[in-house]
Design a protein around this ligand. Structure first.
Ligand code: PLP
Length: 270
């Protein structure tokens, strides 16, 4: 329906409790990248919150495709959010609320040359279940705003001395001896769909990968750095906390990984 006609109740638990999960799937050439991996993570996020899928995979795919078509999306993203639904405000989950499902598209250019980003660290004040993709995004939004106020592009969040992830992306450094280091999966970070795809491609390229936490000091010593997200693929990072990496220009590993990720994803897009 036209966006002006779309409404959600003020009693929706997504609005009152951030009791909702979401997925963002990228679109290139009008086709969806990694759609099934996004749906698998949606099932998992819902399951962790004792919710079921509101529609099956095929029905969601159909609506995604219809939205891409109706909005003439060549490149961009499709967003889906599922909330527990509408109920009288109560901390206990309601038994019989009908889930609210919202989907929309955003057109934006995703491919092409990328400028490297400058990031600054900030404390990771988010909750302890960052593996669930909920719409509770205010802490990340505050971190990114703090970075913008310092004239930077994004923030790398730090908990107990180690980088967890970016405001809306997974983070990586490439050590001087060529190893890719990225934090291991746990409740501390979101298991990125792009992360999984890029690590697989990196391994196929013969690159060595270490899944472990790293510090901002280690990042400052890195030969290059990058981040990944469905909405921005592999994005080079050229400065961390005021220290320029790779002479302040995107490094070869991140550039190459971005190219092969796009190439590979286009081949498997649906
Ligand atoms: N980490 C966080 C906190 C995110 O919000 C996102 C994406 O929104 C990611 C990582 C990257 O995940 P994906 O590659 O599935 O987009």
């Amino acid at each position: 329906m036209p966006e002006e006609e779309a409404t959600v109740s003020i009693f929706d638990r997504g609005f009152l409790f951030a009791d909702a999960v979401y997925e963002v799937t990228s679109v290139v050439d009008g086709k969806l990248l990694d759609f099934d991996a996004h749906m698998a993570r949606l099932v998992r996020s819902l399951g962790e919150l004792e919710m079921d899928m509101p529609l099956d995979r095929d029905a969601i795919l159909e609506v995604h495709r219809e939205l891409i078509d109706k909005n003439s999306v060549d490149q961009g993203v499709v967003y889906i959010q599922v909330t527990r639904g509408v109920a009288d405000r109560d901390f206990l989950y309601p038994k019989d609320a009908a889930q609210t499902v919202v989907m929309f598209t955003q057109s934006r250019k995703l491919t092409g040359e990328k400028k490297g980003l400058r990031v600054v660290s900030s404390p990771d004040i988010r909750w302890g279940r960052r593996d669930i993709k909920t719409v509770q995004l205010l802490a990340a939004s505050m971190g990114k705003m703090a970075a913008y106020k310092q004239g930077k592009d994004d923030t790398w969040l730090v908990k107990d001395g180690f980088v967890t992830e970016g405001s809306s992306n997974n983070t990586y450094i490439v050590t001087k001896d060529g190893k890719i280091v990225t934090r291991h999966l746990s409740n501390s970070i979101l298991s990125g769909i792009t992360r999984a795809a890029v690590l697989k491609l990196a391994a196929e390229q013969g690159l060595e990968i270490e899944e472990r936490p790293f510090t901002m000091d280690e990042a400052k010593e890195a030969s290059e750095a990058f981040m990944t997200a469905a909405s921005s693929f592999v994005t080079p990072v050229i400065e961390v906390d005021g220290t320029e990496l790779n002479g302040g220009v995107p490094g070869p590993v991140s550039k190459r990984l971005n190219e092969i990720y796009i190439e590979e994803s286009k081949n498997t897009a649906i």
